[in-house]
Write a protein that binds this ligand. Structure first.
Ligand code: SAM
Ligand code: SF4
Ligand code: SF4
Length: 356
């Protein structure tokens, strides 16, 4: 019998994880993703010696959202997911932008949840609108959700996200736990001088709320192009800080494609994870593909080229043709990122458009 077709790249990595962005819009303006103003984008100025960064790269922060007609419909998304699952994808994450800004997200969940072969269907959200949608999402078949929460201080939360939303996000997290979403994960992007003083408090929150709190290194994917190496708090430093405060036990995992290294607290309540794509890159085991809201496949967060599936989808291509195209696209997957190396080029699209 012939081996089943998979999405294998030229480096031997097999794609199992598809992140589907369903909108490029967002109601938040996180400094590290989609800052509202140039001043917000360059929040670090004054903290660092100007000589280190004599000519910060300023870009006008004009936003142009994709027109509705440019976005894939739920039918089109479902079709691509089915084809990808037929090629071995097992994990699907709905993301954005802020996915819950799109209408009828439970309808999309209800289309994806029954697809045989999906082992794990999850969503990443900033949480602001999660509570009112939680029950419908759960009923539609969503089992797992990750929230973004970078600060537990109301003022700092507002400074980082540009919005006064801490209370709503905390209500969303509480609601997710109550409805039995599991595990509930919380992502915090750590930025030096901005929220690194809250590391221990966030870890304590993981314990109190029995959630998995994952600290993420800041990557150069912000729309302000203001990323600086000095702003990255290395995963090792995060760990040392937390180990000084808590008794942490490493979680052993045989999943090589897992991006987070994880620890539990001594009493088993809550968990922390550290995702260090900048200082401890995990590209060698990367099994992820991304589908943008406007129908482009990105083989890497840092891809400079995208592959548009819309002409095939809207031009009458068969599923077999779509599958062949996906297999061909994956062959060109980048071996790794080049952050910090001479010639590194930040992609034009930001995390809010790529889908984290
Ligand atoms: N809006 C949703 C949210 O914030 O959860 C989903 C999309 S957001 C782009 C997905 C994840 O990307 C979030 O957890 C966010 O913190 C992370 N992210 C955004 N910009 C980032 C950056 N420059 N470096 C590292 N992570 C980033
Ligand atoms: Fe919006 Fe998420 Fe980006 Fe924040 S990280 S601006 S919530 S897309
Ligand atoms: Fe995968 Fe690219 Fe991220 Fe490396 S940088 S882990 S290749 S998406």
């Amino acid at each position: 019998m012939a081996a089943p077709l998979t999405l294998r790249d030229l480096h031997g990595r097999v794609m199992r994880d598809l992140r589907v962005s369903i909108t490029d819009r967002c109601n938040f303006r996180c400094l590290y993703c989609l800052p509202e103003t140039e001043e917000a984008a360059n929040f670090y100025r004054g903290k660092f010696d100007a000589l280190k960064n004599p000519q910060p790269a300023f870009t006008p922060l004009v936003r142009e959202w994709k027109a509705k007609s440019a976005l894939l419909t739920y039918e089109e998304i479902e079709r691509i997911v089915r084809v990808a699952v037929g090629l071995g994808v097992e994990k699907v994450r709905i993301t954005g932008g802020e996915p819950l800004l799109r209408r009828d997200v439970p309808e999309l969940v209800a289309r994806l949840a029954p697809i045989a072969g999906i082992r794990d269907l999850a969503m990443t959200t900033n949480g602001a609108y999660f509570a009112p949608h939680a029950a419908a999402l759960r009923a539609a078949g969503l089992r797992r959700v990750s929230f973004s929460l970078d600060s537990l201080d109301q003022d700092n939360f507002k400074r980082i996200t540009g919005r006064d939303g801490l209370r709503a996000v905390l209500a969303g997290i509480a609601q997710a736990k109550e409805l039995g979403f599991a595990p509930v994960k919380v992502n915090a992007v750590v930025i030096r001088g901005l929220n690194d003083h809250e590391l221990e408090r966030l870890a304590q929150f993981a314990r109190e709320q029995t959630v998995s709190l994952r600290f993420i290194e800041f990557m150069p994917l912000d729309s302000g192009h203001a990323w600086l190496r000095d702003l990255v708090v290395p995963g090792r430093e995060i760990l040392a800080r937390l180990q000084a405060r808590f008794d942490l036990c490493p979680v052993v995992s045989d999943n090589k494609s897992e991006t987070a290294k994880r620890w539990t607290f001594e009493d088993g309540r809550g968990e922390i994870g550290i995702i260090a794509p900048v200082t401890e890159a995990f590209c060698g085991h990367c099994n992820r593909l991304r589908l943008t809201a406007d129908g482009k496949i990105r083989t890497c967060l840092f891809s400079l080229h995208e592959h548009d599936l819309k002409p095939l989808l809207r031009g009458g291509a068969t599923d077999a043709e779509l599958a062949a195209r996906l297999r061909e696209i994956v062959l060109g997957k980048e071996d790794r990122h080049h952050i910090g190396e001479p010639g590194f080029e930040q992609p034009e699209r930001t995390m809010s458009c790529i889908g984290g």
